[in-house]
Design a protein around this ligand. Structure first.
Ligand code: NAD
Length: 259
């Protein structure tokens, strides 16, 4: 499915990113993994260490990556237990900075996939802060978080909401080069950061766990990302695809007064 494609996967050292890098390789892709920590053996065959919350590190990464990239899977992310500004930097502004820098190195017809979350489901209700963050640079994130009262777990919700909005906003930005951008929004997935979600989100996360039959696994998410990276998804543009065991449908039906 990804035969002969050059795919960059961020967050490749763990969880969903590691599973995506491994599956893309099985499907025939040449994968370059990116992460702040080196992956254990058996990860992506090529690897570049980078801090996606740091402007200098992102610029150096973008310079090292080759031209002709067919797919960019933006999967690196921090949980809501980390300092709010750091979460917004890595999960949103660093991701946008890297992606924007890499567009000139993408092949025509390339696919960009952003790992969002069910936590971004309410994105349409955060219009003011999302629009205010549109041109935000990494150096200005602390001041932005103070100005918009983004602290604690709200940093994670805001970053994922703004990421979904950015994905939809860019449905046609590079249409002349057939470059498309989509998002995948998992519900709770059993990775090393699941415990951080349960700790930070408290009653809400416990309610989610009761509603769900089981948490997801990286193996539930990686095939969705790989499909979006493939040519079979060529006409899917600016979409946010839930992979959440039915959780977002459940929220929608409740919000609209259905069972
Ligand atoms: N696990 C869940 O329940 C869940 C649910 C929805 C969405 N997500 C999202 O999925 C993505 C992957 O998360 P995961 O669950 O696999 O967690 P994970 O902790 O297993 O993987 C995240 C990876 O990102 C890397 N990373 C963190 N900060 C970085 C930085 N500054 N620079 C470069 N790499 C960095 C980590 O080293 C790690 O390898 C994240 O964006 C997360 O928000 C996770």
């Amino acid at each position: 499915m990804l035969e002969g494609k050059l795919i960059v996967v961020t967050g490749a050292a763990s969880g969903i990113g590691a599973a995506t890098a491994a599956l893309a390789q099985v499907q025939g892709a040449d994968v370059i993994g990116v992460d702040i920590v080196a992956p254990a053996s058996g990860g992506a065959r090529r690897f570049i260490q980078a801090d996606l919350g740091d402007a200098g590190s992102i610029a150096s990464l973008a310079a090292q990556l080759p031209h002709g990239i067919d797919g960019l899977a933006n999967i690196a992310g921090l949980p809501p237990t980390r300092p709010a500004a750091q979460v917004v930097k890595v999960n949103l502004i660093g991701l946008k900075t890297l992606t924007t820098m890499l567009v000139r190195k993408l092949a025509d017809g390339a696919s960009i996939v952003n790992l969002a979350s069910l936590a971004g489901h309410g994105w349409a209700g955060s219009k003011e802060s999302i629009l205010a963050s549109e041109a935000l640079q990494l150096d200005d994130v602390e001041a932005f978080c103070r100005a918009y009262g983004i602290d604690g777990a709200s940093s994670y919700f805001f970053a994922k909401e703004a990421l979904i909005a950015w994905t939809l906003a860019n449905r046609w930005t590079w249409r002349d080069r057939r470059i498309r951008m989509n998002a995948v929004s998992p519900g709770p997935v059993d990775t090393p950061i699941l415990k951080d979600f349960l700790r930070t989100l408290g009653a809400r996360a416990e309610e989610d766990m009761r509603t769900m039959d089981r948490p997801g696994t990286p193996a539930d998410i990686a095939p969705v990302v790989c499909f979006l990276l493939s040519d079979g998804a060529a006409w899917i543009r600016g979409s946010n695809i839930p992979a959440d065991g039915g959780m977002s449908s459940n929220l929608l039906m409740q919000a609209h007064g259905f069972q």
